[in-house]
Design a protein around this ligand. Sequence first.
Ligand SMILES: [Zn+2]
Length: 264
Amino acid sequence: MTREAYESMVDKSLKMLKEGMPYDGLFFDIHGAMSVVGLEDAEGDLIQRIREVVGPEVLISTSMDLHGNVSETLAKHSDLITCYRMAPHEDALESKERSVRLLLERLETGKGKPAYKAWIPVPILLPGEKTSTRIEPGKSLYAKVPEVADQEGIIDAAIWIGYAWADEPVNHAVVMVTGDDKEKVTAGAEKLANAFWDVRNEFEFVAPVGTLEESLQLALNSDKKPYMISDMGDNPTAGGAGDVTWTLDKILQRPNLNPAMDLH
Ligand SMILES: [Zn+2]
């Protein structure tokens, strides 16, 4: 996103936020892998500016895609924080519901902010194409999240894969656990972070991968039709615009794939 577009969006959002003051709680519903020209941590910048408006007392519950990135700033200003536990994201609405429900529970019971938050950046950077929770090791890793989250004294637990393709310092895996029991929050976060670290070399692509040339050869040699090739670097559901023409240009340069050149 250009800096101008971002600033325009933030200005409008903050203006509307000011008009609705004061607040008890705020549901911060973000994907988490925004890239803004000239900013290293866009979501961190956004929540910090929201904090400056709503003040330190307001309970902020952040809901994210597991392909989002959690910087220390985002972790600091989020009181409650969670993300999807499934990739593909079949539980997207369930996760948002959990984020809002926990926010309301903490407000209605008067418990307010969690006594403890654990934030563990895990020095692993994997693409979404390798981290489906339908296959191992993602399946068993994410199965450990509810084991931690459902304990007495824990509010929620989450594992972020991060967004590899943005190629920014903030892109890496993160584990967070929130709760009122210091021992359980600490132990739960360490359990998930260590479990992730232990399987770091076991992630495999969920489908065959190759260069465009290799993929085109596979397609041309295949008797299956249609044959689908996905440009992973331009994935519209994962931060890409979905309109990059590099692949199209390469295909049009091949006489056997360009109908216009076939006519000659
Ligand atoms: Zn995602």
